[in-house]
Ligand binder design. Sequence first.
Ligand code: UDP
Length: 327
Amino acid sequence: MTNVLVTGGAGYIGSHACKALAQAGYTPVTFDNISTGWKDAVKFGPLEQGDLLDRERLDEVFATVKPAAVMHFAALSQVGESMQDPGKYWRNNVAGSLNLIEAAVNAGCLDFVFSSTCATYGDQDGVVLDEQSAQMPINAYASSKRAIEDMLREFEAAHGLRSVIFRYFNVAGADPDADVGEHHIPETHLIPAMIEAIQGKRDGLTVFGTDYPTPDGTCIRDYVHVCDLVDAHVLGLKWLEDGKGSRVFNLGTGDGFSVKEVIDASRAVTNMEVPHSIGDRRPGDCVKLVSGSTRAVEELGWQPKRSTMQQMIGDAWRWHQTGHYAE
Ligand code: UDP
């Protein structure tokens, strides 16, 4: 069996990727410091606990696991927090990734799948965001991801590292079997925060700003189901195995939903009201992020199957009612 080192395999997207990798015949070996992830989420392969800032531990893991490839999910990912504490993002995301990339190159592991973000495009009003769009991040989270993309390109030129970079739009939903799902403390992302509000686990949802230049005044995002997203990662890994070389792919559906539309959709799916109030804008938020790309569909053969808003909220809702991790 082929080992794939999955950093952040105990987290939301990483744990779904481990399931998809295992189903595709790989052994996903999770590397995670369990700071924001869950040991209970590591169900589809072994856990190597460690921190990306610990280079010695990384070298040890590469020597014992001998992965054929790396899938790098581990990162801090909250826009608001990144604006308040940018140093934390540059240290954890950028310095941590530098350690990982150097350790991989050192071990001769030269196939690398990286989770980047559409937030690297920043606020570009009226521009279709495809892979050729300029990257103009407006928050430290996105800046840290763009820096890692640059790092990957430079390590390719110098050391032959090959990368598939996925720029995610907004990831949502959960494993339909509820084996794994989304669980953050505190929860900052819209759909799970909305579900927590419905369940009475928080004092309602705050809508961050209703004065944006959009039809209903709230920000617009392109939501993609986590299971579709991780399917693309397995295709990306095969792309590298087939020697097709480094490539960037957006992962989104091309459909934009405003915050208010997501709240309305959730009412339709759950038959419950979302207790919510209107708050200030959240620093660092882009007005509109919608993918204009079909490259992943055309080149990777990616076929999103579950990325309707109804399915994403339905799967997330089911997970929040049935699945859980020990805290
Ligand atoms: N949002 C909101 N209230 C919340 C969480 C998010 O109004 O409690 C909004 C947020 O301002 C953004 C959208 O929902 O416009 C998606 O935010 P999220 O944090 O889920 O993802 P991001 O786009 O920051 O990656």
